[in-house]
Design a protein around this ligand. Structure first.
Ligand code: ADE
Ligand code: ZN
Length: 330
């Protein structure tokens, strides 16, 4: 039985496996510029974040109908459940779909077909987090928040993703203030490829409650001290960091040092179809590469529930934490 855990950094579009991509392409009459799944998999060699994003956005062309989004999310939830996930806070990128003429309603209602039945079908509770693409304009982000208004009962929070360098958090001050006024929770990718100053800006200007990646905080001891003091959770994605070359090799991943520094770290899969592993695979990879102890693994799982947006269901959080505490490693 796998260690029970929450997944807090997962782009649903990043769970599109080559087999499903081809199935949806055929269903929707979309031509992919790859002969088959094998040729597509060969394209999964990335130099940096942008080289991944180019393929990630290209493959989204196959996602067109509510059922496509439902099938995508359902396939993820089934895999997540098998990896011990009890609770998933799932990112989606509405602008990547609305820009192709797929309405916001199709995306949210489609995802909801799977998420609304996830507890009964997979035993996984869920939340949805809508991300703004930071390489699009601030006005586009505001329009996206406006388009999401009819669906806000299904959306827990907002996030910020896509190409980081050159797109500092402060660009999105207005839309984050508007999201906060609507009662939405706030997270942002920061310090993946961008400098530590972007992490500080995400906290101070956007008011984020959790930082996605946050890796480069380790370059700024004062920032580390602040993140520890304020108990700001970081959603670390080890296999992603290696595949996108934020870190050279897994044994050099700063996660062990981050844990030692007292940071509230969680382990997540980011875009598992592209990076060679789902969330338990990430746990096992860091355990093996960094020599993490069983109690450190348990702490990572505890952190995932502590950092999750379960304030509206503390009873559930307590139940999940008790499961982690009672877990017996084989
Ligand atoms: N979108 C999907 N995965 C991402 C990542 N790792 N960083 C930024 N944007 C993303
Ligand atoms: Zn991400």
């Amino acid at each position: 039985m796998p260690l029970p855990k929450a997944e807090l950094h997962l782009h649903v579009e990043g769970t599109l496996e080559p087999e499903l991509a081809f199935r949806l392409a055929e269903r929707n009459g979309v031509r992919l510029p790859y002969a088959d799944t094998e040729e597509l998999r060969k394209a999964y060699q990335f130099d940096d974040l942008q080289s991944f994003l180019d393929l990630y956005y290209e493959l989204m062309a196959v996602l067109r109908t509510e059922q496509d989004f439902a099938d995508l999310a359902d396939a993820y939830l089934a895999r997540a459940a098998a990896q011990g996930v009890r609770h998933a806070e799932i990112f989606f990128d509405p602008q990547a779909h609305t820009a192709r003429g797929v309405p916001m309603g199709t995306v949210v209602e489609g995802l909801w077909r799977a998420l609304g039945r996830s507890e009964e079908n997979h035993g996984v509770s869920t939340r949805l987090i809508m991300c703004f693409l930071r390489d699009e304009s601030a006005d586009s982000a505001l329009e996206t928040l406006e388009a999401a208004r009819p669906y806000l009962d299904r959306i827990t929070g907002v996030g910020l993703d896509s190409a980081e360098v050159g797109h500092p958090p402060a660009k999105f001050r207005e839309v984050y203030a508007a999201a906060a006024a609507l009662g939405l929770r706030r997270v942002a990718h920061a310090g993946e490829e961008g400098p530590p100053a972007y992490i500080t800006e995400a906290l101070d200007v956007l008011g984020v409650e959790r930082v996605d990646h946050g890796l480069r905080c380790m370059e700024d001891p004062a920032l580390v001290e602040r993140l520890v003091r304020e108990r700001i959770p970081l959603t670390v994605c080890p296999l992603s960091n290696v595949r996108l070359r934020a870190v050279d090799v897994l044994p050099e991943h700063p996660l062990a040092a981050m844990i030692t520094a007292g940071l509230l770290c969680t382990v997540n899969s980011d875009d598992p179809a592209y990076f060679g592993g789902y969330v338990a695979d990430n746990y096992h990879a860091v355990r093996d590469a960094l020599g993490l102890s069983k109690e450190q693994m348990r702490e990572l799982a505890r952190n995932s529930f502590l950092a999750s947006f379960l304030e509206d269901d503390e009873e559930r959080r307590a139940r999940y934490l008790a499961e982690v505490d009672a877990y017996e490693f084989s």
